[in-house]
Design a protein around this ligand. Sequence first.
Ligand code: ATP
Ligand code: MG
Length: 356
Amino acid sequence: MTAQKPRILTGDTPTGRLHLGHWVGSVENRVALQDEYDCYFLIANMHAFTTRADKPGEIRESTIEIVKDWLACGIDPERASVVLQSEIPAIVELSWYFAMLIPFNRVMRNPTLKTEIEAKGLGDHYSFGFPLYAVGQCADILVFRPELVPVGEDQVAHIEMTREVARRFNQVYCDVDPQTEDADYVNAGGLFPIPAAKVGRIARLPGTDGVNKMSKSLNNAISLTDSPKQVKKKVGQIYTGRQSMDEPGDITNSLFQYVRAFIKDEGRIKELEDAYSKGDNIGDGHVKVEVASAISELLAPIQERRARYEAPGGDELIVEVIREGIKKATPMAEETLELAKSAMKLDFARRSISFT
Ligand code: ATP
Ligand code: MG
């Protein structure tokens, strides 16, 4: 008998193209962990509707483009399962039950939701479904009963809520003692492990606006498909507020976060930090040229791999990868739902999902 690998679940919302923040915050970890873990990578296309219900064409296009980005980054659909949220009914069903395990006010206090409402200018006009996505995300994760969720820092609040829901379900429906340590929930008879967030090498990459986190929706992102010319232009826009090359610079500024994120040579990082903090004849422009070239060096092989899917027939290849992923992910999702419903005394009938 082969030992089962521990599982990972994480994913992206198809609201645009992947950017450097995704790479350093999560995708880099996904690629690195594909062998050690049984990986499920989710495209949260239903959640994209929470802010763009009137743009189904864009959501579909982003879905396909993000899967292209994943494959270009080195995610291997033979090893990992690509999961399209809208085709996994167990996620929606679990979301409904989980919504009863978490107080409304707790959801609305979620700091990531608050920041998103502000940064995306949603005011008080957001849909009922918008805050509901935070509950849905608990189901996205728990339906695969993972141990680890590789994410950027902004998602940690969501994972915390997911952990609360998992504990609560296990206590209410599986009779697990509330005093149980997180690591022991499954051994104590719980259905759901209490999953841990694994934050990437750079927890929160700022956008080129130097204020918000780099984000698909905020027009401040360097995308994985940007050409060296576009990268140079965008890096050039990073605002530092520094006036001259003789002025001591602040190495905690956004530009230096890019220096540490993308320049590989530790010695060179140190040199740049020393010279910049002393104001030793080093201008922002010089640092930006080095940062831009390090970024383009990182992106070159990704873009080379992506070219295959940009050629005619590329979209069809991606749709096939998505179909295969749905088939691979469905048994695990259905098994979790069946176990959850049975724990909830809802075991009236059994079903199986078939594909044509
Ligand atoms: P949106 O603007 O639509 O919310 P996004 O750019 O925030 O898009 P998501 O799909 O919400 O991207 O996030 C996908 C994953 O990438 C999450 O794990 C998130 O934490 C991580 N991530 C996104 N932006 C950054 C960033 N700037 N730095 C580090 N990690 C990030
Ligand atoms: Mg986001």
